[in-house]
Design a protein. Sequence first.
Length: 181
Amino acid sequence: MRTFIAIEIPQNVKEKIYDAFKKEREKEKGIKWVEKENLHITLKFLGEIDEKKVKNIEKILDEIPLKFKSFEAKLEEMGGFPDFKNPRVLWIGVSPKEKIKEIFEFLEERIEKEKIDTLKEGREFHPHITVARIKGKGKFSFERKKFFENFKINKIALFKSDLRPQGPIYTLLKEVELKDG
């Protein structure tokens, strides 16, 4: 089962992000835009895990509200991986990076302690919302957008991801809510 743990973002924020790229979605070719309902902040991509391990992951998720409270976050400027000039992925940064990174580090530690095999990231954790993936050389003709949207981070979820030719389908497996901080 292909899975990941993510921070859910409110519907109104998803709509603002999606609407911000309306013109680009219509004119830019070679870009696979993330569907509005799929916008999220990935905390931990688990990859293919055995269904038996899902219960262990769910128990780890249950620990998160005991350790973390909800907090205010804000969208930042957009960027690209590996860089904005020749990106393979377009993203929007999210802050406060330190608080989000604390949740990521907690998950990393607990998942490792439970001996759940997952894909290891080869790079430093960078909180972001992926908005598009670019095939080919990544030539596009729009400016780097800035976002000023604030929102509350209060839901962490485990999703199953089924890859389809038309795009991934995410199924919610477990969700925990953070108490007001």
